[in-house]
Design a protein around this ligand. Structure first.
Ligand SMILES: [Zn+2]
Length: 62
């Protein structure tokens, strides 16, 4: 599971991971992680896609 490095709002690395949400999309589980920044108290989400190598494939030929 990938954890974001810093808050997108203030750049703080002091993040609290909240209870994730699981969705079923086409019978594939997607996880939505929720993080609360302990510095500015903003909450943001990160969607964990089941196939994130889909985005990296073309770069193999460089
Ligand atoms: Zn923040």
């Amino acid at each position: 599971m990938e954890i974001p490095k810093y808050c997108p709002y203030c750049g703080s690395k002091n993040l609290e991971e909240l209870m994730p949400t699981e969705l079923l999309v086409d019978n594939t589980p997607w996880f939505i992680n929720h993080y609360e920044c302990q510095n500015c108290l903003e909450v943001f989400d990160k969607i964990i896609l089941p196939e994130d190598e889909f985005f990296d494939n073309p770069s193999q030929n460089n």
